[in-house]
Design a protein around this ligand. Structure first.
Ligand code: GLU
Length: 275
């Protein structure tokens, strides 16, 4: 009986010893996954400046550069990265189900999301803004949205904020991704688009004669790298990588390279608090 009870514990110790002998971390941690030189990372495909899949199949943007830097610090070269689209509504599920190893996708750190995923960082700070057609003279800020059709994306922090704080009579339209909202705005199907300024500024930079930002940013969004809750070492490794990206100057040059000409004020790096 005693022997039987001891057996599982002995097996667990043996498994740990085996893992250690083979070079460390279990396979379901970031460290373990990076060991074979490959990682799957969730990003956006349609946010110019932040993360975009170009027609030639290349991925470019600030989030992409942060993801590549973090992967590099974990020992994974760019050639070992598989990029996977992580839209607003899918991020928690992709992380929790292991569809991606981590997410760098304009992903605000919130207490509610922390119930399902962990965050490293933050690595960037922005605020919610408002995008309208260049010819619009009526919508000057979020309080002027009553009776207007406002587009945002399901499971983002953005949509409900306007309804709850500024314009009770706004008509919310939710699409799957912000580029669809922008298409809807240009086509006249919606009157405004709301999400983080850093995202909206990328669309303005692509179409400055058709789109403009109005009003001042009205929230604070701190972007984190989302990853599994069961990997605290992974979280501290990613936070250490972000701190290193800032300290080496790579963070600033990636920011300037990707959103330097989009017209938004380039922020200073936020203090890394999720360790
Ligand atoms: N940063 C906000 C969020 O995580 C809005 C941008 C997005 O949907 O990716 O909800």
């Amino acid at each position: 009986m005693l022997f039987r009870r001891l057996l599982p514990a002995t097996a667990a110790v043996a498994a740990l010893a085996f893992t250690a002998a083979c070079g460390g971390a279990p396979d379901d941690t970031l460290e373990g996954k990076a060991r074979d030189g490959r990682l799957t990372i969730g990003i956006r495909f349609d946010q110019p400046g932040m993360a975009q899949r170009r027609l030639d199949g290349k991925y470019v943007g600030f989030d992409v550069d942060v993801a590549k830097y973090v992967a590099g610090q974990l020992g994974v070269p760019e050639s070992g990265i598989t990029w996977r689209e992580a839209r607003s509504a899918d991020r928690e599920r992709l992380i929790a189900e292991g569809g991606v190893d981590f997410v760098v996708a304009t992903y605000s750190i919130t207490e509610q999301r922390k119930e399902r995923v962990a965050f490293a960082g933050p690595y960037f700070q922005t605020g919610q803004g408002l995008l309208v057609r260049f010819t619009d003279t009526e919508i000057t800020g979020p309080a002027a949205l009553n009776g207007k059709r406002l587009c945002s994306v399901a499971n983002s922090t953005s949509a409900r904020k306007v309804e709850s704080e500024f314009a009770k009579e706004v008509q919310l339209v939710e699409y799957g991704q912000y580029s669809d909202c922008v298409t809807g705005l240009l086509a006249g199907n919606v009157d405004a688009v709301t999400t983080d300024e850093a995202i909206l500024a990328g669309y303005v930079a692509e179409n400055p004669e058709l789109l403009k930002l109005v009003g001042e940013p009205f929230t604070t969004e701190r972007y984190g790298v989302g990853l599994s809750k069961s990997d605290p070492k992974g979280r501290s490794d990613v936070s250490a990588a972000i701190e290193r990206m800032v300290a080496t100057g790579e963070w600033r040059s990636a920011l300037e390279r990707n959103i330097g000409n989009s017209g938004v004020r380039l922020p200073d790096p936020p203090e890394v608090t999720e360790k």
